[in-house]
Write a protein that binds this ligand. Structure first.
Ligand SMILES: *Cc1c(COP(=O)(O)O)cnc(C)c1O
Length: 378
């Protein structure tokens, strides 16, 4: 049976070249980057090199990169770190479609006296920059809007929002986990002060990522107990993972333009084929969307049964719904774009990757056509 992995928005396989680059740092180059001896200096050098590559990928300077355990920690550091650095209380602006790694720290801060505005989005999942402008208050300490949504793939007008944030002197954070290494991301062009990224969504290892912190942006550490990362994130550096992250970004920079073009072509062909199955609707923006994201709703179906039936046919995809205690609760993102619960219940996300082929996608369309036919005669 053919096996087709279409869940690259959840995670990607480690590129063999990334693994090769990492291995020496598990073996002979095992030093602690904080040590003064040769072993330590070797590790330090490797981290510095990775930091340069990661910085260059987003147009930053190396000192503005804080390595973390991933994008979840980067998001937490951006939001909690900004709150901790602010004097007393304050107001945060974010959106209803953020990743939980942004929403949960915001909710936590609300329970501690901060105020948060969760901006709505339109039916494509787009945030209106004018709404951001209108939400700004004298006590606003942070604006956080994701670069591209991980469920529906919509790419947000970050530059415009960045310009508004800058006009008001408010730090601007974006979660760019789904875009770094797949689309051009430049912190000056986007006008962002804080930017979260992760290695494992781009063929790097899990458990490593970074927060870009523009020079001068006030942020307090959430992990204390060491002077690593210029006192911004304590803890012995995960040298092999950081090296792998650097290598993954180096490869991404080389292949990005061609990869995005290929994926966009595959994506649009796949969308056309899916829509022709009948009673299928596309979620997210038709053109302002990630090259590798296809999110569709199958009318009258439930996503869990589609995913199980696909899994039996060797296909991996993911659902837009989280199954909570037996009841299907629509995801906050599908709710925010106004999808009726019965349509949201039949939503599936397909996310393609470097190895995805036309034949893979034809196979998936064929499998889905079978699955729908079986379900609809019943
Ligand atoms: C995957 C993802 C995260 C979490 O990243 P980890 O590195 O797995 O912690 C955060 N935000 C977005 C948009 C994501 O897609």
């Amino acid at each position: 049976m053919r096996r087709v992995y279409l869940d690259h928005a959840a995670t990607t396989p480690v590129d063999p070249r990334v693994l090769e680059a990492m291995l020496p740092y598990f073996r002979e180059r095992f030093g602690n980057a904080g040590s003064i001896h040769a072993w330590g200096q070797e590790a330090r050098g490797a981290i510095d090199h990775a930091r340069e590559i990661v910085a260059a990928t987003i147009g930053a300077t190396p000192s503005e990169i804080v390595f973390t355990s991933g994008a979840t920690e980067a998001d937490n550091l951006a939001i909690l770190g900004t709150a901790l650095a602010s004097e007393g209380k304050g107001h945060i602006i974010t959106t209803r479609i953020e990743h939980h790694a942004v929403l949960e720290p915001c909710r936590f801060l609300e329970s501690r006296g901060f105020e948060v505005t969760y901006l709505p989005v339109d039916r494509y999942g787009l945030v209106d920059p004018d709404e951001v402008r209108r939400a700004i208050r004298p006590d606003t300490i942070l604006i956080s809007v994701m670069h591209a949504n991980n469920e529906i793939g919509t790419i947000e007008p970050i530059e415009e929002i960045g310009a508004i944030a800058r006009e008001h002197g408010i730090p601007f954070h974006t979660d760019a986990t789904q875009t770094v290494g797949i689309l051009p991301v430049h912190v000056d062009a986007l006008k962002v002060d804080l930017l979260s990224m992760s290695a494992h969504k781009r063929y790097g290892p899990k458990g490593v990522g970074a927060l870009y912190v523009r020079q001068g942006t006030p942020i307090a550490p959430i992990l204390r107990g060491g002077s690593q990362e210029r006192n911004r994130r304590a803890g012995t550096e995960n040298v092999p993972a950081i090296v792998g992250f650097g290598k993954a970004m180096e490869i991404a920079q080389e292949v990005m333009a061609e990869e995005a073009a290929t994926l966009t072509r595959l994506r649009d062909r796949f969308i056309t084929a899916l829509l022709s199955l009948g009673e299928v609707t596309l979620n997210g923006h038709p053109t302002c969307r990630l090259p590798n994201n296809v999110n569709v709703s199958f009318k009258g179906m439930d996503s869990e049964s589609i995913l199980l039936a696909l899994d039996l046919r060797g296909v991996a995809a993911s659902s837009g719904s989280a199954c909570t205690s037996g009841t299907l609760e629509p995801s906050h993102v599908l709710e925010a774009i106004g999808l009726p619960p019965e349509i949201a219940a039949g939503t599936v996300r397909f996310s393609m990757g470097r190895a995805t082929t036309e034949e893979d996608l034809d196979y998936v369309v064929e499998a889905l056509s079978e699955i729908l036919e079986l379900a609809r005669v019943r």
